[in-house]
Design a binder for this molecule. Structure first.
Ligand code: ADP
Ligand code: MG
Length: 227
């Protein structure tokens, strides 16, 4: 199979609209969920219906929380973060999920500390998205290698290298399109949100993939300073 490279482009989606919708739906949903839980605890019969309703609400909540990331937060707090320690925190968070899926996370870090100016929660969200996608791309297990290095003085390269199913052309074309997913329980928002966040940090995402061999998602972020 031939190797494919796709450069991320600026998105023209209405992020503010998405945020508005997400906020407007989230509040009544929280109330509905609370009352269903109250009613459920009072009834012994028909609890399965409540369980279905609750799991559907959970799904809407997941979609809304991903859409909310698209909104420019009221207070964007950029701070200087050491990228290896950020990555280690994210790995700790997802390590159990990886183990349960027979995925070994291997780190190939730079020998020195690397500091970047970023919105820490947003960059964590990006790393979570790529790690989750890698795990989901390896249903029978495999290894996910996370490489961090500073190729030159103006940026850090973070690579998520999986041994998964790879990405066919038809999917690659649609990557970044909201709600496009090949998964039964996917939202199709993870990549789009990640791309938006990285662009807000003046970075880029590059995807390369070989069918049935694996994929590499490379994030480039401009450096604030090198430790
Ligand atoms: P979701 O994970 O909810 O499906 P994403 O936006 O994260 O949404 O990903 C969109 C699609 O891109 C996925 O459904 C999958 O088909 C494809 N994809 C993303 N990452 C990978 C990967 N590491 N390996 C194979 N396919 C991937
Ligand atoms: Mg995803």
């Amino acid at each position: 199979a031939e190797e494919l490279f796709v450069r991320s482009e600026k998105l023209s989606i209405a992020g503010q609209l998405a945020a508005g919708i997400a906020h407007e739906i989230r509040n009544p949903m929280t109330a509905i969920k609370g009352f269903i839980q109250l009613i459920k605890s009072d009834l012994s019969k028909r609890t399965e219906y409540f369980d279905i309703i609750l799991s559907e609400i959970d799904r809407i909540e997941l979609i809304l929380s991903e859409l909310l990331i698209l909104a420019k937060p009221q207070t964007v707090t950029f701070s200087t973060i050491e990228i290896h320690s950020l990555m280690n925190e994210v790995i700790t968070l997802l390590n159990m999920e990886a183990i349960l899926n027979n995925v070994e996370i291997i780190t190939d870090f730079y020998e020195e500390e690397i500091y970047i100016l970023c919105e820490i929660n947003q960059i964590k969200q990006v790393c979570i998205n790529f790690i989750k996608n890698a795990i989901e791309a390896m249903p029978t297990g495999g290894s996910l290698t996370i490489q961090i290095n500073v190729k030159d003085t103006n940026g850090v390269h973070i690579r998520f290298i999986d041994e998964g199913c790879g990405i066919p052309d038809s999917v690659l074309e649609k990557l970044g399109q909201p709600f496009y997913t090949t998964k039964e329980k996917g939202t199709g928002l993870g990549y789009m949100v990640s791309k938006k966040i990285i662009e807000n940090h003046n970075g880029t995402i590059t995807v390369s993939s070989k069918l049935n061999e694996g994929s590499v998602f490379e994030v480039f972020l401009p450096l604030n300073s090198i430790g």
